[in-house]
Design a protein around this ligand. Structure first.
Ligand SMILES: N[C@@H](CCC(=O)N[C@@H](CS)C(=O)NCC(=O)O)C(=O)O
Length: 225
């Protein structure tokens, strides 16, 4: 059976878990990383020599790097659906997956760390505003793209929506004022109708470090330790 190694609150693991659930794959979640540890074991180094999460094992096949894993799962188990059959459509999905990592991920994850993962008294309002502006500027490019299409690749949901869907959930749910992104908001609303997105991405992540740590700890019941 497919094994997913990681923790369900990790920003790079969530896209893999969402993908597996969109594809209705059977898998075991092997809790690793953060307070779950295991990354420094010799066994884990055989799965991912970088000692990072996520990683998967599918039969004897091991793979790491979240976007490579999402592509693999979609090509292997969702060819013609989540991995578009048309080479141009697949390239566009791929393009937005790459873009999610090169432009959108960092400002949003730093914004998340500057708010939820920082004690309220230690938060730096100027830094938070600057990260919000950077995230908004990046997501404005996506907003324009989504002005005349329902999903990143056109009318159908594909793997191209997955990494960005995870990033946007965090962006829309940290406690900061945000200028409007009407087309991204409409797309987010469409994603929010998907059960796998509701169950594995739209999870309350807390409002401060203690809440976040408690939620992460409680997620231990979701995996195989
Ligand atoms: N580019 C890698 C980044 C992996 C990464 O940074 N993983 C973090 C978690 S989000 C990690 O393993 N941190 C150590 C830990 O969680 O203990 C990917 O997309 O898979």
């Amino acid at each position: 059976m497919l094994e997913i190694w990681g923790r369900p609150y990790s920003s790079n693991v969530i896209p893999v878990i969402w993908t597996a659930n969109e594809l209705k794959l059977e898998y075991t979640l092997q809790l690793a990383g953060g307070s779950f540890g295991k990354l420094d074991t010799d066994d884990y180094a055989k799965i991912n020599p970088n000692r990072m999460i996520p990683a998967i094992r599918d039969g004897g096949f091991a793979l790491w790097e979240s976007l490579a894993i999402v592509r693999y799962l979609c090509d292997q188990y969702g060819a013609g659906t989540l991995s578009p059959a048309d080479s141009h459509a697949r390239a566009i999905a791929d393009q937005w997956m790459e873009w999610s990592a090169s432009k959108a991920f960092m400002p949003v994850i730093y914004l998340f760390f500057a708010t939820v993962r920082t004690e309220p008294d230690d938060r730096d309002a100027e830094k938070i505003a600057s990260l919000r502006d950077e995230a908004h500027a990046a997501l404005s490019v996506l907003d324009e793209h989504l002005a005349d299409r329902a999903y990143v690749c056109g009318n159908e949901f594909t793997m191209g929506d997955i990494p960005l869907g995870c990033i946007v959930y965090r962006y829309f749910n940290v406690n900061v004022d945000r200028p409007s992104l009407p087309h991204v908001e409409a797309w987010y609303e469409r994603l929010s109708q998907r059960p796998a997105y509701q169950n594995h991405v739209m999870r309350f992540f807390g409002t401060n470090p203690d809440e976040w740590a408690a939620l992460e700890k409680a997620s231990a019941s979701e995996g195989v330790i």
